[in-house]
Each structure stands twice: as C-alpha cells, then as structure tokens.
Design a protein around this ligand. Structure first.
Ligand SMILES: NC(=O)c1ccc[n+]([C@@H]2O[C@H](COP(=O)([O-])OP(=O)(O)OC[C@H]3O[C@@H](n4cnc5c(N)ncnc54)[C@H](OP(=O)(O)O)[C@@H]3O)[C@@H](O)[C@H]2O)c1
Length: 245
C-alpha cells in the first residue's frame, strides 16, 4: 500500500494539547493537513489553535467517551487518525495501588483506542486511511512503578494488530499501526516516570542517549503516514527513529 498525501488531508489527534499529541498535531498541520485536536482542557487547545491558525480545530471532549468517537468519526471523516490520549498513572510500586489506580490506563488509554478503532472499522474510514495508536516501550519491558500501564499499552499494541488483520480481511485498505515510544522526560507524563525511576536502581530507565522529543514523535508520524506500507503494524520509537518490531 502506498503512503498518503498529507496536504489537504483530514486528520484527528486525541490528546493534542500537550506532549506527543501536540508535536503530532503541529507536524501534521505544518505538512498541510486539516487537523482536529482533542483534549479535555480547552485552554491549551485554544493556545495551539492560536499558534497553528485555521488548519487546526480544537475540540474539548473526553476521548474515552464512545459517543465522542462515533460523532467525530462521522463529522471529521479523518484520513489520518492518531489515538494518542493517555492518563498519567500513579507512580507507585504495585502493593501501593488500588484496583482503581491499577486500572486507570485501561479505563482511559485502552478504552479510547478500543472505541475509536471500532468506529474506524465500522465506518469504515476511506481506503488509504491510517490509524496510529500510542502504545509504549513499557509494553515490551514492563513498568513496575505504574500499575497496569504496561499491560494496558500491550493491549493497545495487540488491539491495533487485530484491527490491521480485520482491515485486510475485509479489504478496507485502512492501515493500523502502533507506536511504542521510549520513556522520555520531555512530556508531563514522561517526566513523572523519568523522575520516579531515576531514584530506583534496577528499574527501566528512560533509555540511553538523547531523549525522544514531541517534535521527533511528530516527524515519525509523518514518516508513517507518507511511507509505503511494508505490512508492518508496530514500531519502537526512540530519538534515533522508528524501528519495526
Ligand atoms: N512520555 C513518554 O515517555 C511516553 C512513552 C511511551 C508512551 N507514551 C504514551 O504517549 C501518549 C502521550 O503521552 P504524553 O507523554 O504526551 O502525555 P501528556 O503530556 O500527559 O499529554 C497527554 C495528553 O492527553 C490528553 N488526555 C488525557 N486524557 C484524556 C482524555 N480522557 N480525553 C482526551 N484527552 C485526554 C491530555 O489533555 P487533557 O488532560 O486536557 O485531557 C494531553 O493533551 C500517551 O498515550 C502515553 O501513554 C508516552
């Protein structure tokens, strides 16, 4: 399958107000896409709209609400859908979690990817569309200070792979790809865990070498959208770039 022309394409990014989502929305907007960005807090979204201008539409909504997914897929008809929104887990060892804090990333991250992926297949999105989900490097190596986070992110990787299989079986021509970024202190969520693991010997550190930045994540999304599909549905992402899994 060949890559998508970004100029003039419709894109929708969940969790667009800060961190990776902001980097992704900015990269897509600067490449000429018409971007709809979602987050719950309107203030930072409005700031991004002021920065990006008319190519960016801000929507303040809960991405884990299934009604929001259904409505926005119908209205925006995205060719590029980036499911990036995620909760910051409580940074504590496992015995200090409750079931509710342990399950937080299932209730937000997995629930939202499940809902939007389902709507993307049911619509279905137009042939040649791409759905990119944010899993995590933690899905490969665990994340002992964040409760159910690593398991939730592994579920997102597999959910995305199952959707890729359904798209191929049905002949929809929709690409589904998960990204597994390394931990980085460059975002609010990442800074919490980079600090937590820095004080804990033997924990999964944020990776050696330069830190991954939101700008690099935005660039990686552009590469995935425009690149020819090698039939690959998951990539590790470090500051050095994308690595197929
Ligand atoms: N940073 C890392 O080191 C790292 C590594 C691997 C994977 N990831 C994953 O990458 C994604 C982005 O992480 P990040 O570090 O950029 O996080 P971040 O800085 O905390 O930003 C999270 C974004 O998601 C939005 N959001 C959270 N819950 C939402 C909801 N229910 N509905 C709509 N928007 C919601 C936030 O805005 P509001 O709070 O206003 O809603 C914000 O825009 C997450 O899925 C995360 O798990 C991050």
């Amino acid at each position: 399958m060949s890559g998508l022309e970004i100029a003039g394409a419709t894109a929708l990014v969940t969790g667009a107000s800060r961190g990776f989502g902001r980097g992704i929305a900015t990269a897509l907007s600067r490449a000429g896409a018409q971007v709809t960005g979602l987050a719950r807090d309107r203030g930072p979204l409005d700031e991004l709209r002021a920065e990006l201008g008319g190519s960016f539409t801000a929507v303040a909504a809960d991405a884990a609400d299934p009604n929001v997914a259904g409505r926005l897929i119908d209205v925006c008809k995205p060719r590029i859908l980036v499911l990036n929104a995620g909760a910051t887990p409580l940074p504590r060892p496992i015995q200090q979690h409750t079931w509710e804090t342990f399950g937080r990333n299932w209730d937000v991250d997995v629930r939202h990817v499940f809902g939007w992926t389902r709507e993307a297949l049911l619509a279905p999105l137009a042939p040649g569309s791409i759905v990119i989900t944010l899993s995590s490097g933690a899905a490969l190596r665990g994340s002992p200070l964040s409760g159910g986070y690593a398991g939730a992110k592994a579920a997102i990787r597999w959910l995305t792979s199952y959707a890729a299989q359904e798209s191929a079986r049905e002949g929809f021509g929709i690409r589904f790809v998960s990204l597994l970024p390394q931990l980085t202190p460059a975002t609010e969520l990442g800074a919490v865990f980079a600090a937590a693991y820095a004080g804990r010997a033997g924990g999964p550190a944020g990776g050696q070498g330069p830190a991954l930045t939101p700008e690099r994540v935005g660039q990686a999304v552009i590469e995935l959208v425009t690149g020819t599909d090698p039939g690959q549905d998951a990539y590790l992402l470090t500051a050095a770039g994308l690595r197929p899994l």
